[in-house]
Design a protein around this ligand. Structure first.
Ligand code: 5GP
Ligand code: ZN
Length: 132
């Protein structure tokens, strides 16, 4: 897609790509907020998880798993956080599906899990609203 920054990165020779296969690319996030902050994206332009077909999503998650195993087996990391924002209301700023992959070590001091303010409704109320 012409106007999409991630589509441009996918078709470029960016030196920040850390992984590529037929369906996916992974590259360093420009934010430099955490060492090793990686974005894993499908080569196919899909907006978010709602927009993504199952095959593409499986390929993305397969790449996420490969990269995670590499980080732990070969790069001395001990765990990973996976984060995704799907939709503007969820904080998605780039409308091309991406999984944030944050490599973790014990006592690295990274707070990758937000502290929520607390639920407003009883579980039963929410269950009635969202049960499939
Ligand atoms: P979101 O807010 O959609 O979950 O995440 C978008 C991410 O894309 C942000 O972490 C942001 O730093 C990253 N990003 C935005 N523009 C670029 C870019 O041009 N290059 C790279 N490598 N990352 C980008
Ligand atoms: Zn795109």
């Amino acid at each position: 897609m012409e106007d999409c920054i991630f589509c441009k990165i996918i078709s470029s020779n960016s030196i920040y790509k850390i992984y590529e296969d037929n369906w996916t690319v992974a590259f360093l996030d420009i934010a430099k907020d955490v060492d090793g902050h990686i974005l894993v994206v499908p080569k196919k332009h899909v907006k978010n998880i709602m927009d993504c077909d199952t095959d593409t999503l499986c390929k993305v998650m397969d790449a996420v798993k490969r990269i995670s195993n590499h980080l732990i087996d070969c790069c001395a990391y001990e765990g990973v956080n996976l984060l995704n924002a799907s939709g503007e209301s969820a904080g998605q700023s780039v409308p091309h599906l991406h999984i944030h992959l944050i490599p973790r070590k014990k006592k690295d001091g990274i707070d990758a899990w937000p502290t929520f303010a607390g639920a407003k409704y009883e579980l039963e109320t929410i269950l009635e609203r969202i049960k499939m």
